[in-house]
Ligand binder design. Sequence first.
Ligand code: HEM
Length: 580
Amino acid sequence: RQVLEKSALHDTYTTDDDKLKPSVTCPDSTLHARTADGSCNDLDDPTMGMRLYRFGRNAPIEKTFVDNINLLKPNPRHISNKLFKRKEFIPATSINLLAAAWLQFQTHDWFDHGLNQRDNHISVPLFGGDELQKRGIHSLKVFRTVSDPYQTRKDRPKTFRNANTHWWDASQLYGSDAETQLALREMKDGKLKVTSSGLIPLDKKTGVEKTGFSNNWWVGLSMLHNLFTREHNVICDVMKAKYPDMTDQELFDKARLVNAAVMSKLHTVEWTPALLYNDILDVGMNSNWFGLLSQLGDFGNLLKRFLPENYVLTGIPGSAKDLHGVPYSLTEEFTAVYRMHSILPDIIHLQDIKSAKRTGKTYALKDILFSKASKVVEKQGMENLFYTFGVENPGALVLHNYPNTIRDLQLPETQNAEYVDMATVDVLRDRERGVPRYNELRRHLNMAPAETFRDITDDPKVAEELEEMYEGDVEMVDLLVGCMAESPRPTGFAFSDTAFRLFLLMATRRLQADRFYTDYYNSATYTQEGLDWVENATMSSVLLRYFPSLEGALRGVTNAFRPWKLQQEPADSAGREGEL
Ligand code: HEM
């Protein structure tokens, strides 16, 4: 990671377009509080990481020009049909469905390229025999990503802007602009609005929950948004009880800081180790938050008092902020490796918490999307749904496992009513945004490029399929295809080693670049009660706070993102067999 910090972080701003950044001043009130739009996190450069700040790059800038000649080579719909289409559901048995919903929930905090241009599309021709032709569709329109109006240097690769704040600030819950945020607030005691049943109110026009970011909505997101809205409101209660003189604004600001830190912590010490179920990674990710010394128990705590401050030893929270010489932003390549739609099942088997068995009732993914989600939450209740998500498996991140529901998807009005095959979109978007293909990106991540298709995968059949699709040219393999095909994977890894390199680099950067996780991670900003709240939080404890009936189901569960039942079996049979 330290090598990549020097070689794989690139700023897309130039001194020419620096001048076009908005002018932002930071009032005193922003010193100990996150702003709605993410400005004033870096006090020397207040626009850094705010909403509409550009995405950076992990590949060198000169390697990120769009290859227009090969934009449609090979045809992305052909890739969708031949390499992605799910024939039979392949489960990822080492993680649960909660881990899948959590992943999307987090990406909605980090990035969004905004609504696509309505009047500018790439036309993807369909091959003979494509099932869509029977419905009179002969080409797919993929609307282009909205462009960056402030890019002045035409000799540089295209840049794009993040419609969300780049910070790990829970903007999916609180919004990325003041207007959205104000509309979500009760304006009393710091709280977020909830209905009399304790649920997030629905937008009357769309039927979807009114929250910070509500695109691509489904039951999994509804559950997590509701959970952390409750968490926000309970933190407000705790703060008010201790500090009765705090204003509504102060209570809101403190609860947001604490809630965001709870999520960052759970992602670092639970979600990531669940997906990279490997002892070394477990220590590694725990060290990001708690420090290596914490692994030594009381002896480590004693050592902390004598050793010089070093985040590797003591953990990033509370350590010195470090930008590694590059202004902070998330990157195009980071977005690209999170294209993990294969994790979604097409069918969800509902479980019954009392009998700990499947009920026999299933939900098709198409019936729990967008405005249908809230009805399912209301009908089934959050306990049963969380139980279902805790024990059921998501899809494995491999080829031939892309959910067909979203390969044939009508988006709602709020998302331009586009008709999409998401697998086609995923492949084409990376090309449209100048994300290097698989081999090229590996070179920039200090990884050996594949010389043959068998270097990508040890499955001869998959290697043959890739060779045919890419007409023998291994350099053309798309990043997403390479990541899904990659095997063998390090023990316990649910995703590829290539994606892992970027995760490792960017997971640390999200914490280290943010003053609220470093220089200002202290009681003056969070309050001591706030720091203790984060310290004590685990995913299980957050769930149990609101759903005590999950107690039995969570007994013995050390990582809430791994299948709950698997962890309850006797130690000798709860091994790591069958994982992907
Ligand atoms: C039912 C659930 C989901 C639906 C309906 C959905 C739909 C979409 C749509 C419509 C887009 C924008 C496509 C475009 O560029 O035009 C998108 C982007 C994306 N999705 Fe999903 N998605 C879902 C779940 C997930 C999950 C589980 C992940 C896992 C990480 C994920 C990761 C992404 C990423 C990384 C992008 C790119 C965002 C960007 O360009 O800024 N999605 N999804």
